[in-house]
Design a protein around this ligand. Structure first.
Ligand SMILES: Nc1ncnc2c1ncn2[C@@H]1O[C@H](COP(=O)(O)OP(=O)(O)OP(=O)(O)O)[C@@H](O)[C@H]1O
Ligand SMILES: [Mg+2]
Length: 274
């Protein structure tokens, strides 16, 4: 599909890759077999994500948000279609190749934090670097301390998860997601297990890091307050994209994907000033 042979652990650069894009999802469908039934979790979804954006995936329960994040994160593979991450076509790669790509390119933040309970905050943040032999001991330590500091937990390095609040645990998870210097951070409902105020603060922290580092963030949420903090939004329903939004200052403009249809604007929304 890419015209040149794949090199082990290094998916080939897609020849048509647009360098401005962090992610390109091209005609992706995902179907699950459930006994005799076929569940269509994603139906022919196409989406281009510019580098450096802070993007919210919105939509009701079962609309396909987690499925789409899992496809972009190379945790699961599409039934049909193609995904290009950072210029590299990741379709048809072996699990080892995908694991290598994930470890260096993508950071994950989960709804339930997913920290190792027996490890300290420091050790949890350090964990992804154990899989990157090119990073020596000194740099490992510098990075861990740096990112614990970025998330405001320099004084909590020795605490285990059960000695931290929910918000602090999620901050450890954010530091862990960033420590390998990924180009992309994916967060599936990162605020769902936090009270409202803590969730907002976690989002503010993520956005601050997004602005400072230009790392692309894609996160899913049900929470309108959280969606409001994004600068792009993608609304899913029944496995399809029903709306795409771009925010400039406080105003959202809605349009469908830049490809086929002319822009369509939602009821009550003002036409963007162009
Ligand atoms: N492993 C699976 N096997 C069968 N069906 C699945 C599987 N995973 C997801 N689905 C189905 O795919 C659809 C999309 O699920 P998904 O988890 O992506 O939704 P979601 O938008 O993340 O929902 P929520 O907001 O509740 O997390 C749902 O109908 C779900 O039941
Ligand atoms: Mg989900």
């Amino acid at each position: 599909m890419t015209g040149e042979p794949a090199r082990a652990g290094r998916p080939t650069r897609a020849p048509d890759a647009d360098p401005r894009l962090a992610v390109s999802v091209q005609g992706v469908s995902k179907e699950y077999a459930l006994g005799e039934e076929r569940v269509v979790a994603l139906a022919n979804v196409s989406l281009n994500v510019d580098r450096g954006v802070f993007l919210a995936l919105a939509g009701p329960s079962g609309s396909g948000k987690s499925t789409l994040l899992n496809m972009i994160g190379c945790i699961d593979t599409p039934t049909r279609g193609r995904i290009v991450i950072n210029g590299r076509d990741v379709s048809g790669r072996t699990p080892d190749e995908l694991a290598a790509l994930r470890a260096r390119t993508i950071g994950f933040v989960f709804q339930t934090f997913n920290l190792f309970p027996v490890l300290t905050a420091y050790e949890n943040v350090e964990y992804p670097l154990q899989h990157l032999p090119e990073i020596g001991r000194r740099e490992r330590r510098e990075r861990v301390l740096h990112f614990l500091d970025v998330v405001g937990l320099a004084d909590y390095a020795r605490h285990r998860p059960n000695q931290l609040s929910g918000g602090q645990r999620q901050r450890v998870a954010i530091a862990r997601a960033l420590v390998a210097h990924p180009q992309l951070v994916l967060a599936d409902e990162p605020t769902a297990n936090l009270d409202h105020r803590t969730g907002r603060n976690i989002l503010r922290l993520m956005r601050r890091i997004n602005r400072a580092t230009k790392v692309t963030f894609i996160f899913s949420t049900h929470d309108p307050q959280v969606i409001r903090m994004a600068d792009r939004r993608v609304d899913l329903e029944d496995g399809e994209i029903v709306r795409l939004g771009v925010r400039a200052r406080k105003e959202w403009s809605y349009a469908f994907e830049r490809a086929a249809e002319p822009p369509a604007f939602a009821d009550g929304e003002t036409q963007p000033g162009r």
